[in-house]
Design a protein around this ligand. Structure first.
Ligand SMILES: Cc1cc2nc3c(=O)[nH]c(=O)nc-3n(C[C@H](O)[C@H](O)[C@H](O)COP(=O)(O)O)c2cc1C
Length: 165
């Protein structure tokens, strides 16, 4: 049973996890979980929006390109190892849901499922995406984060709902 919440009430907790062990982006059918450490929560186009950044080398990238929506799941401290696994192993080679023992529940407002073990999750509908333009990027950020020229695509998801366990 999940309780709907104002997504911005979860702001601090979510940012705390991003700068900690990460949170999980779920995309695709069948779904694949990937740990992310970069995301923003804000207000654009009079909508609550979450943005996530995915490098083109990730299995998740191909899934996001085919998806209309995605879920973002925030797990408790006991899931540090699961977050490390989903952040170092690829869905190309591993059934990460099975290995982690995650229970996937159908999305409440979107087609992508969420991880039932998460403390809370966001359900996001894709409303915009944009590959980073290296020419417009601050030079030292470009050098520090993109020596392999694998610039992220930024996906903007309208938050259709945020739910706590
Ligand atoms: C803490 C942490 C944060 C990460 N953040 C991101 C991120 O924001 N964007 C990204 O593309 N990869 C990020 N990664 C790397 C991916 O999670 C990793 O490459 C993963 O194995 C890709 O899985 P996939 O191939 O199944 O998509 C992060 C990894 C860790 C451990």
């Amino acid at each position: 049973m999940r309780t709907p919440l104002d997504p911005f009430d979860l702001f601090r907790e979510t940012i705390g996890k991003l700068t900690g062990n990460g949170i999980i982006l779920v995309a695709g059918d069948p779904p694949n979980p990937m740990t992310i450490g970069w995301a923003t929560l804000g207000e654009i186009w009079h909508r609550p929006v979450m943005t996530v950044l995915v490098r083109p080398t990730r299995f998740t990238y191909a899934l996001m390109e085919k998806s209309r929506d995605f879920s973002v799941c925030v797990l408790g401290e006991a899931y540090e190892k699961h977050l490390a696994f989903c952040g170092t192993k690829s869905g190309r080679d591993h059934d990460k849901i099975r290995v982690c023992g995650f229970t996937m529940e159908p999305g409440i407002r979107i087609s992508t499922p969420y991880i039932a073990e998460s403390d809370f999750h966001f359900e996001c509908r894709m409303i915009y995406k944009q590959g980073l333009n290296p020419d417009a990027l601050y030079p030292s950020i470009n050098e520090q984060f993109y020596p392999r020229r694998d610039w992220h695509t930024v996906y903007f998801g309208e938050i259709e709902g945020a739910f706590r366990k």
